[in-house]
Design a protein around this ligand. Structure first.
Ligand SMILES: N[C@@H](CCC(=O)N[C@@H](CS)C(=O)NCC(=O)O)C(=O)O
Length: 86
């Protein structure tokens, strides 16, 4: 299984959509709540090359982007191979 990290906040529809897609695909992920852990927000912005919105999603250290990026990756057939790798 690949290592999936999702930086998120609790009241964020985009975060819920992204997590639901991953869950539907049977993927397990680590969630980093940047509201509960504000000190992790800078880390997120740095790793996301300036991306400040949540979610920010990483698969095996590779920056996928936000919710829209995750869905776009899935639509072009790029997500399933990443989830099978690792
Ligand atoms: N297009 C982005 C939108 C993400 C987004 O707007 N997230 C909101 C929370 S639901 C956010 O981080 N807002 C804070 C901000 O814009 O600084 C995605 O698909 O992930």
């Amino acid at each position: 299984m690949p290592k999936i990290e999702v930086y998120s906040s609790p009241f964020c529809g985009f975060c819920h959509r992204a997590k639901r897609l991953l869950t539907q695909k049977g993927a397990q992920f680590t969630e980093i709540d940047v509201i509960a852990h504000p000190e992790r927000r800078n880390e997120m912005v740095q790793r996301a090359k300036g991306g400040r919105t949540v979610p920010q999603i990483f698969i095996d250290g590779q920056h996928v982007g936000g919710c829209d990026d995750l869905f776009a990756l899935d639509r072009r057939g790029g997500l399933d191979p990443l989830l099978k790798a690792g």
